[in-house]
Design a binder for this molecule. Structure first.
Ligand code: ADP
Ligand code: MG
Length: 655
């Protein structure tokens, strides 16, 4: 052995000390060792002497407490996580006593696993090639529990080989095997060594050690003997390739693998996954239904408002203070003269409609119905887009003459006449005969009440012949256009104060409002409702998120050995983090999609059964699913990070 040759691996003064509370336990007490390319080294020693510990340090699965480690002349203990992972992936292959195959995967998938982290294409083909080399061509689709110990160890060797490592570390590779299978595994290792791969193997059996060319004895953390078989030709002046690696961005192959492993994990714990998702399902369902309800309520309010008419201003008696209950304050009433005075301003006001309303009983033949009545003027159809669908509206003369004519709404028509034509028939309203002259257009039920459950009669008839009112209940007016609404309001306020002789210091004794006031009120109500439901839905999502976090923590600790193994074969911290984040996201997105189904389903049911207007928009679906995905990512992050930071050997030793 010439001094100029750079050893493939070299350690100097390696110490490993475990701190056990008050005392320190020194397991490796200063190991110096050089191994050249092409060697086949056996490390022997009694149990507990530190063989495995040394092996883990050499395999970059564990860090020594102090000391230096060179691979191909390059110091490797100070390397970043990515570079270390790259070395584990490309330069080192590890074979464990317990095989450490992933139980839910086929042999091929197990062997292909390191290829994901080394970004190798055609992974299945490469894996199959190495399995064939191990004589396992007819066992490729078997899972580990369907294989014998020797077969499992051969799968593990294939897995160690797929990235063409320079060196294989094998810790008691035959320790769990029947003696008949020992020879078969050792032959493989010997052949690999002959093909140029450096092999370092731990064993406590002399027959196994005999396969090696060099035997190192360890006792109490120190090398006590180092003997080489004579006549070994080593590769001279071996040139070692520089450690370089490409980008570590997630590749589609890696994403696919993580996605599949997430599905596998979910499938193997169906009930648990479902219960975990339940919180998200309910949360997303609630959000979606809430949004649908809010939108629906808003839309039906808006429909109702626009069906009332546009540029309308309403005048109702009573101040807001009186509404609050202060008794004894003066109450104003509106008269038809007030309405006429308002109509006088032709510049601002287009129509004026003073009206009275009340509840009456309407009878036709044997059928009767309780409905609301409205006494109004001929301006009504123009202001409320209520031109009769059949028949006609009453004319001014009929109002003047107190004619007993009625225009009825669709609901009243159906209740009294069924499908028959009501026009021309006489009905009794509070025992008085009215002739039906028209049928109002259907407006539908908007939120509070059925707008079609109404009878409209001339104002004077209503006041003098039917209800006996001296005053009108409200005055509605339509401003000339959108821009004159505010001016009309100001003008009418002043006019009414003057007509009612209100002193300046007193508040209005009436309420004046336009559609924008009402619209604002409605919007405020629906917004409050939406917010309230939103908070409930948010809390439910939060609880769901905590459920996901909890189950991910369980999953991480259950699969700690798997994490260790993945790291040992070349997974970076980022890769582990990504894997568990994908898992958490798959869980929460699946929950989110089920939640969308639940939310949309219940929205459909509610709109069918309760006749509520519910609107499920695609943006609310996207928002719900996006929300659940971010819950998964946010709550999955901590467990995933915890998993990614485990040291490979701690994770592998985890029970
Ligand atoms: P072997 O030569 O049998 O492979 P190991 O290298 O596995 O021995 O272990 C050497 C010693 O280190 C043992 O006595 C073991 O108890 C101790 N040891 C291993 N891991 C730890 C640990 N995490 N904490 C404390 N002691 C440990
Ligand atoms: Mg050991």
């Amino acid at each position: 052995m010439t001094e100029e040759t750079t050893p493939l691996i070299e350690v100097r003064g390696i110490k490993k000390v475990y701190n056990l509370g008050d005392s320190d336990l020194e397991i490796l007490c200063g190991i110096d060792l050089k191994i050249h390319e092409g060697e086949f080294v056996a490390i022997m020693g009694p149990s507990g002497s530190g063989k495995s510990t040394l092996m883990h340090v050499l395999g970059l699965l564990d860090r020594p407490t102090t000391g230096q480690y060179f691979i191909g002349g390059r110091e490797v203990l100070g390397l970043s996580d990515e570079e270390t992972a790259f070395l584990r992936s490309k330069t080192i292959g590890f074979v464990f006593q317990q095989f450490n195959l992933l139980s839910r995967m086929t042999a091929t998938d197990n062997v292909a696993l390191p290829l994901i982290y080394s970004r190798t294409p055609k992974r299945q083909a490469v894996a199959e090639k190495y399995l064939k080399q191990m004589g396992l061509q007819d066992r490729m689709l078997h899972q580990p529990n369907q294989l014998s110990g020797g077969q499992q160890q051969r799968v593990a060797i294939a897995r160690a080989l797929v990235n063409s490592p320079k060196i294989i570390f094998a810790d008691e590779p035959t320790g769990n095997l029947a003696s008949s299978q020992t020879g078969e595994v050792m032959t493989i290792l010997k052949d690999l060594n002959k093909a140029g791969i450096t092999v370092v193997m731990v064993t406590h059996e002399a027959e196994v050690a005999a396969w090696a060319n060099r035997v190192i004895h360890i006792r109490d953390g120190q090398i006590v003997e180092d003997t080489s078989k004579p006549g070994i030709v080593l590769a001279k002046g071996a040139k070692h390739q520089q450690i370089t690696h490409g980008s570590f961005a997630l590749t589609p192959a890696e994403f696919g693998e993580h996605f599949m492993s997430a599905l596998r994990a979910m499938a193997s714990n169906k009930m648990r996954s479902f219960l975990t998702m339940l919180g998200i399902i309910i949360g997303v369902g609630a959000i979606l239904a809430m949004l649908a309800l809010g939108r629906g309520a808003q839309k039906s309010m808006e429909d109702k408002l626009s069906s009332l008419g546009s540029n309308l201003v309403g005048l109702t008696p009573g101040s807001s203070a009186q509404r609050g209950g202060a008794s004894g304050a003066r109450t104003s009433r509106f008269t038809i003269e007030d309405a006429k005075a308002i109509a006088g301003n032709k510049l601002l006001v287009e129509y004026v409609d003073p009206n009275v309303s009340g509840n009456v009983q309407a009878v036709y033949g044997a059928k009767n119905t309780n409905t609301s009545i409205k006494g109004t003027t001929c301006a009504y159809p123009a202001m409320h887009s209520a031109k009769p669908r059949y028949g006609r509206f009453f004319v001014p003369r009929e109002n003047d003459e107190l004619a007993m004519v009625a225009v009825i709404g669709q609901t009243v028509a159906t209740k009294l006449f069924g499908a028959g034509n009501p026009i021309g028939h006489t009905i009794k309203i509070n025992h008085k005969n009215f002739r039906v002259i028209g049928l109002l257009p259907a407006k539908g039920s908007g939120g509070f009440q059925d707008q079609d459950d109404v009878i409209v009669i001339p104002l004077n008839t209503a006041m003098k012949r039917l209800l006996g009112n001296k005053y009108v209940s409200a005055i509605w007016l339509q401003a000339r256009n959108k821009n004159s609404v505010d001016a009309a309001k100001t003008y009418i306020t002043a006019l009414m104060r003057k007509r009612h002789k209100l002193p300046v210091e007193e508040d209005n004794d009436f309420q004046i409002s336009d559609m924008s006031d009402i619209r604002e009120m409605v919007t405020a109500t629906t917004t409050t409702m939406t917010l309230l439901l939103g908070v409930i839905a948010g809390i439910s999502l939060l609880v769901g998120g905590i459920g996901i976090m909890n189950i991910m923590l369980v999953s991480v600790s259950e699969r700690t050995r798997e994490i260790g193994l993945r790291k040992a074969i070349g997974a970076t911290r980022t890769a582990i983090l990504t894997q568990f984040l994908i898992e958490a996201s798959v869980l929460s997105i699946a929950g989110g999609l089920l939640g969308v189904a639940l939310g949309a389903g219940s929205a459909l049911l509610l709109s069918k059964l309760a006749k509520w207007t519910l609107i499920v928009t695609s943006s609310s679906v996207v928002m719900s699913v996006g929300f659940s995905a971010s819950v998964g990512i946010i709550f999955g992050f901590w467990p995933a990070k915890k998993a990614s930071e485990l040291s490979p050997i701690e994770a592998l030793r985890y029970e």
